[in-house]
Design a protein around this ligand. Structure first.
Ligand code: FAD
Length: 347
């Protein structure tokens, strides 16, 4: 099912002044993040359809290998450089992006639905008096109106809503990580790196970066994982949930959990999948002892392959599963663990 919503915050803008597509790249410790290369895939496709240039905005102090952004599809890199941009801070980041938008007037801006994108884009949107569609899974151009069609799951994942922003510019959207493949490198591509230096109120802030605390409970974050083993209340207790962790470790997978499993203290919030947790799109997800309530499904139903283990054949999770195992997790999961161990020993 699909529905159309018009975002119409009218204001004094000459829409014809806005040209080109921007993506908001991300860096950490000066290294360009994978989400940037995924956004280049989205951005290049849209820019080609509109027949316009693609710009990549990067904020930082020193950033390695910005040429790769051009080789992967950008025509221009707008590098907003200052020591204040080394780490993400909401005020200077949103101020600087807004200033660049006012100077360059892009028609479309796409960011990742990452912690950075989800935090900064609503601020930029408000400052630019335009609309934002968060968490898109699909972006296309309407062949007739040339508007950006921003599609995302809505109402707990029960419908796909397609949203347009006809009345204001830029049209802004965030897309879920791993919703596109990383753009390929073409070493023959050329482009321009434009360094922007902003001073004064743009870079002033009351915020202070204290420390980056790495989540050491997971080698791979669930948002980036190819394989996720997720457990729910059916794992019965913390000891039962340990089986999920053991299977995940053996398979080199990330551990996912339902909100109930997190609230019971068997796992922690960074592992929570769903409406109030993370959205994941792995190649494979095994959901064990999980009923499949819409709030959980909203965070994982774009996975390529879904395997469900549940003792209740009527469980909702089987409606989205590609492979279903009706059985007791305390029999099935140990069997999987033994099988993987044997396969690894043989290999
Ligand atoms: C606003 C809001 C936001 C929410 N956000 C989230 C969210 O982000 N993520 C999330 O997960 N939930 C979220 N919830 C909660 C959600 O509604 C469910 O309560 C939750 O997903 C259920 O978790 P569960 O599947 O682990 O537990 P249950 O629904 O209790 O399911 C347990 C399942 O385990 C099966 N089972 C039991 N024993 C065994 C066994 N031995 N072998 C095999 N199967 C067994 C049962 O048949 C059952 O299907 C949200 C709720 C609200 C209202």
């Amino acid at each position: 099912m699909s529905s159309y919503v018009n975002c119409s915050i009218e204001q004094a803008q000459n829409i014809a002044d806005f040209k080109g597509v921007f993506i908001l790249g991300e860096q950490r410790d000066g290294k360009i993040g994978a989400i940037t290369f995924e956004l280049l895939t989205w951005g290049r496709g849209i820019a080609d359809e509109l027949g316009c240039e693609l710009g990549c905005v990067l904020l930082g102090d020193e950033i390695e290998n910005m040429q790769e952004v051009i080789q992967r599809g950008a025509d221009k890199v707008f590098f907003i450089q200052d020591p204040i941009f080394k780490n993400f801070l909401t005020q200077p980041y949103s101020n600087a992006i807004t200033r660049l938008v006012n100077e360059e007037k892009p028609e479309i801006i796409i960011a990742g639905a990452t912690t950075t994108g989800r935090t900064v884009m609503p601020l930029v949107t408000a400052k630019c008096h335009t609309g934002l569609t968060a968490d898109c899974t699909e972006l296309t151009i309407d062949p007739e109106t040339k508007l950006l069609l921003q599609t995302r799951p809505a109402i707990g994942g029960n419908i796909m809503a397609t949203i347009k922003t006809p009345g204001t510019r830029p049209q802004m959207a965030t897309v879920r990580p791993r919703s596109a493949k990383q753009a390929d490198i073409d070493t023959n591509r050329t482009g321009e790196i434009i360094v922007k230096k902003y001073e004064g109120s743009t870079i002033m802030t009351v915020e202070k970066f204290l420390e980056f605390i790495k989540d050491t409970t997971q080698a791979v974050s669930i948002e980036e994982a190819d394989v996720i083993i997720a457990g729910g209340k059916g794992m019965k207790n913390a000891a039962g949930f340990k089986m999920i962790e053991e299977l995940a470790e053996l398979m080199g997978a990330a551990v996912g959990a339902t909100r109930d499993a997190v609230e019971l203290g068997w796992s922690t919030y960074p592992h929570q999948i769903g409406l109030s947790g993370k959205t994941v799109s792995p190649k494979l997800i095994i959901s064990a002892g999980i009923s499949g309530k819409i709030q959980y499904l909203a965070g994982m139903q774009t996975a390529d392959v879904i395997v469900a283990i549940n003792k209740d054949p009527e469980a909702q999770i089987f409606k989205v599963a590609d492979f279903g195992i009706v059985g007791d997790v305390f029999e099935v999961v140990p069997m999987l663990i033994e099988t993987v161990k044997k396969m690894k020993a043989k290999a």
